[in-house]
Design a binder for this molecule. Sequence first.
Ligand code: PLP
Length: 801
Amino acid sequence: MFSSVPQFKNAFLKKLEMMFGTSFEESTSREQFQTLGHMIREHVSSDWIKTNELYRAGAKKQVYYLSIEFLLGRLLRHNLINLGVEKVVCEGLGELGIELDQLEEIEADAGLGNGGLGRLAACFLDSLASLDLPGHGCGIRYKHGLFEQKIVDGYQVELPEQWLRHGHVWEIRKTDDAVEVPFWGEIESRMENGRLVFRHLNAETIMAVPYDLPVIGYETQTVNTLRLWNAEPSRFPANADIFKYKKDTESVSEFLYPDDTHDDGKILRLKQQYFLVASSLKAIVNSFKKKNKSLLEFHDYVSIHINDTHPAIAVPELMRILMDEEGLGWGDAWDITVQTLSYTNHTTLAEALERWPIRIFKPLLPRIFMIVEEINERFCKQVWEQYPGDWGRVESMAIIAHDEVRMAPLAIVGSHSVNGVAQLHTEILKNREMNLFYQFYPERFNNKTNGITHRRWLLKANPGLSGLITDAIGGSDWVSSPQKLEELMRFKDDSAFLEKLHDIKQANKERLAKRILDKTGIQVDTESIFDVQVKRLHAYKRQLLNVLHIMHLYNALKKDPEALLYPRTFIFGAKASPGYYFAKKVIKLINCVADKVNNDPATNGKLKVVFLENYRVSLAEDIFPAADISEQISTASKEASGTGNMKFMMNGAMTLGTLDGANVEITDLVGRENIFLFGLTAEEVLDYQHNGGYHSLEYYHHDERIRGVVDQLVNGFFPDTENHFNEIYDTLLGHNDQYFVLRDFASYAEAHQEISRSYLDRNAWLQKSLVNIAKSGYFSSDRTIMEYADQIWKVQSALKV
Ligand SMILES: *Cc1c(COP(=O)(O)O)cnc(C)c1O
């Protein structure tokens, strides 16, 4: 139905009539969108079935990626591109007077994630399918994804997100594959035929109903599956309030927790984690059993990856299944479990490490708790035997200690592989945060530097640049082999080519400028440098450093209209966790600075500040291609990897960053002359943190630029904001500026000046931009996934014989 334009048009019109009983002329855009979505699903259904059959019958190992978040965004254009039918559809719709661009806007973002961690999971799915690897996602079908952000009076206001309001055209409900997940109750144990058996009595069960989404690979037959579990009532308990039961049950997949650094200790969150793990493992084991192989070979056919510690209960749950349901002994079950599971750590922030009070964990998951206790006892004994007398070590490493279950130790002990997400991050894990575990299990630790799917973040988001690349290097091979982007290096001294690069950036900036005008009423100068910081709002990411520096530029311009070498437009996008008070104050500050700056005729034409509300995947796709500067300014050692940095680089923006996360690898790839670095190194930050020696007040007193902007937070500089910024002021001075904002200020300001100077040399700037694009192939998630597949999961393409 997609093989030619007339055929497509014909099929589209027929399908539309059948689905909605309406004529094309009468149809709405939503009906047209739904029609196209259904056509795509039908189109892939035979490949989807074939892929599943291949996996079912085949002797090849399957990998399951368990993640509490999948930040998918929209799928329409992405699917069209991967199927290779974008052009036909675009032309066909065009002939019918429909713009694909507009139809795309109908689709709600599937925002089932907070930020980088969830987006990584989505990028990995695309790479798995595109590389023909048998890899599937397992997640939760939250009724409400990440909240919708509105800015009211400069402050963030959260509205519930409603992506399912009009249904999700890509999903298929698999009622017959539903499974039950038990909570609460008691465990009864007794001897049966010489074996201890356990029964879970009086449990409250929740029905987990899977919704499957096809994951369509790029120009291949492979269609993998993302399975999202929905929580529904199971057996209604007798004599119970059925309305309450229904509500309690459904609440398990009602909301995504709007926080990616720490959780608030709610029972519901732990319920969500067990719900995801128990339903996914049940389905995985069921599917394995259809192969009629011995369970002792389970790990030869199944690999299960736990994305951060949220699914770490997979360790005791797999033990439970293997022992209680399948009758294996502890030793065999443990070997299989460890060989099956692998774990990625995503953060070194101590406050982000998950821990559950026993008083919550034990009653909610009674059998699981028993198994965790046993794992802990055996593990502590091993540590004790290796380090006799070292109580401190046992206490630090224990899975259960101080009335808490610690999820990171559980994940490490129960997995054969533990990886960090960028070189520096992995080194910090090995040498500092998880050093004791590294000493104990050195062979388990490894690095897998994150990546992004260049198919979404370059091919789809930046058609202009993609077209230029294809023309330049003679064909679109680079889409399947992103390392080929390196061939662009040939054009480094080709000024005609560099001018084309410039024109594309300019067109992207104009498109974004138009969006900014539509959404905010702010007119930005597309000749100015677009300097962008988009990411979750967090103290360690230091949006505060950025905005304080803008205040300094404003002050400087007021004194000397020539102070800024080149006009700048600062663009922000960021959601703050609803309970994160400080982060919300920073949003308010950005908006206050924007008001002040944008309405001052004295700085007009030189400085603009824009805060784009509701930052999400679809908005991100408009922003990255239009950026000149990528702000990656976290306090060194705090950002595990970052992936926004990679998306900017791939679209030809220059990084302004600290030597943190994957910025280190970016620097190695592009060379010191093609990136703007500033600030403390991770080593220096960690040294300050351990040995002291930093006094933010000294920087306040000795740098009048700093004194100027910090005082402006509290001296009435912003009209009608009495006391609004007291906390920010206190963080910086009273609490000694934990994230070294003032310490790095001067170095940051200097780097900004260097940027302005560099931008003045247009040809040199374009060369730098080209180098960034050419070297970005390394950051394709295809590379990352091949490393996981070869080194951790040991899975191979199912199509290869
Ligand atoms: C890539 C991405 C992120 C992660 O950005 P970082 O700068 O790495 O923190 C967060 N949110 C969205 C919508 C993204 O696309």
